[in-house]
Write a protein that binds this ligand. Structure first.
Ligand code: HAM
Length: 442
């Protein structure tokens, strides 16, 4: 048997309903904040992600799927959305008509990581990128959008961790201090950090191996090296969060795993036992140089991304049922070939009119068909045999009221519509009614 590659998984029909619902929720939230969807390729030129020899992020150095295509072009499967969106923003000159271009995306990303709960090699991200403004307010808006989404999924316990990496000058000052400091502890540093000490000392703070050791905890903090401008900028971000009554914790050691960040960086954590304490489900920050580094204009950006798998796990943990139970309008039970022919015709008339229908395709007995109608939670069951057919009649049962009638074969559609629209319909709370209402308002 051929099996799926390690770190991938199938989304089966029962689960895909929750995905659709999650995607709908995301779209609603993006609409509230006026972010527009962008869809970029799943593979990009190698250089979109591998921009800098000095890049030390695990994602870029160890985790990308890189290959040459049949024409010897260097290709990379996208490990994240930001760089591809920035490439598309530059290539399509989206900056011409949009002073602040607010974009969102959803789709598969690829990282060669060790698979575990909530961590896969092919996973899905939802992300937003606001390009073209360096206002601290838009950093706060992105964080607000993230927390709104988490709240919409029923999770109350979110922690926003935030820090500022400052501007170039602040980071250079800080880097020099860090190099001096960690050089004294060279023999204590792990192999990765020794490499980072030379290439990107800030990322030492991201080390998972040594983070609890004293020499690490006592390392100099970036907040003490931010210049006035960077300090004021960070304060404005925090003021905007305060204004929106969004709670946050300033985390002096937060630097994030990607090398493009400048100024604001943040992570959204939830407490879910399945992930272990303080699991990050979304993260992001400002990147003032990325677009320039990709040969674009000097335009700044800020964004954030969530793992959709983690959002789903979190929503399930919070008890928010993302998908409604399966429910159809009509199940057609047919007894014999002629009845089945008529059923498919009737079902299609109803489907064209917007009613969801199902029927038996295996010539099974009446009991099995009733069972299937039950499984699909059919509001109405139509029963058709030779006797009914000969009289151009059909039996219809309203499974909500248990009312059963024999009606004209040509009246199935209006009969059902009429029932669904009855003002005193006892199924005021019925989901099918809700669905129907949604349909009629769309
Ligand atoms: P990131 O922190 O690398 O940031 O990923 C964002 C989110 O993607 C993570 O918090 C996590 O929920 C999810 N994620 C990452 N790797 C995996 C994986 N292997 N399996 C499942 N989920 C995963 C970025 O990707 C940045 N592009 C975020 C950003 C947007 N910054 C600015 N704009």
């Amino acid at each position: 048997m051929i099996t799926k590659p390690k770190g991938t998984y199938d989304i089966l029909p029962d689960e895909s309903k929750s995905w659709v619902k999650l995607e709908e929720t995301i779209r609603k939230i993006c609409n509230l904040y006026n972010y527009k969807e962008i869809r970029t390729p799943i593979f990009e030129s190698f250089n979109v992600f591998h921009r800098d020899q000095l890049d030390t992020s695990d994602m870029v150095t160890k985790e990308t799927y890189d290959f040459k295509d049949r024409s010897d072009r260097q290709i990379t499967l996208r490990p994240e959305g930001t760089a591809g969106v920035a490439r598309a923003f530059i290539e399509n000159k989206l900056y011409v008509d949009n002073p602040t271009c607010k974009l969102f995306y959803m789709g598969p990303m690829f990282r060669y990581e060790r698979p575990q709960k909530g961590r896969n090699r092919q996973f899905n991200q939802f992300g937003v990128e606001a390009l073209g403004s360096n206002s601290p307010l838009i950093d706060a808006e992105v964080i607000a959008l993230g927390t709104s989404l988490i709240r919409a999924l029923g999770l109350k316990d979110v922690t926003v961790k935030i820090n500022s990496l400052g501007d170039g000058e602040s980071r250079t000052n800080y880097k020099n201090v860090l190099v001096d400091y960690f050089s004294k502890y060279k023999e204590c540093l792990c192999e990765d950090c020794l490499d980072r000490l030379e290439k990107n000392p800030l990322r030492i703070l991201d080390c998972k191996v040594d983070r609890d050791k004293d020499f690490f905890i006592n390392a100099p903090k970036i907040k003490d090296y931010l210049n006035e401008e960077s300090k004021n900028r960070f304060k404005e971000v925090l003021d905007a969060l305060d204004g929106m009554q969004l709670k946050y914790k300033v985390d002096d050691n937060l630097v994030r795993g990607l090398d493009y960040y400048t100024h604001t960086v943040f992570e959204l954590e939830v407490n879910i036992p399945e992930f272990g304490a303080g699991a990050v489900i979304g993260a992001g920050g400002r990147y003032d140089n990325l677009i320039k580094d990709l040969d674009g204009p000097d335009i700044q950006g800020v964004g954030m991304a969530f793992g959709l798998e983690r959002l789903l796990l979190a929503a399930n943990y919070a008890g928010k049922k993302l998908a409604k139970e399966d429910q159809i309008h009509i199940y057609f039970i047919s007894l014999g070939k002629r009845a089945a022919q008529e059923s498919i015709k009737q079902a299609n008339i109803c489907r064209i009119g917007g009613l969801s229908c199902e029927m038996d395709f295996k010539e099974r007995g009446i009991k099995a068909q009733f069972k299937e109608a039950d499984k699909y939670n059919a509001r109405f069951t139509c029963i058709l045999g030779d006797d009914e057919l000969n009289n151009f009649k059909i039996n219809i049962k309203d499974n909500l009221t248990d009312e059963q009638e024999t009606i004209s074969l040509y009246d199935v559609y209006p009969y059902v519509i009429n029932k669904l629209n009855q003002v005193n319909n006892p199924c005021g709370s019925c989901k099918l009614k809700e669905n129907n209402d949604e349909k009629s308002t769309n």
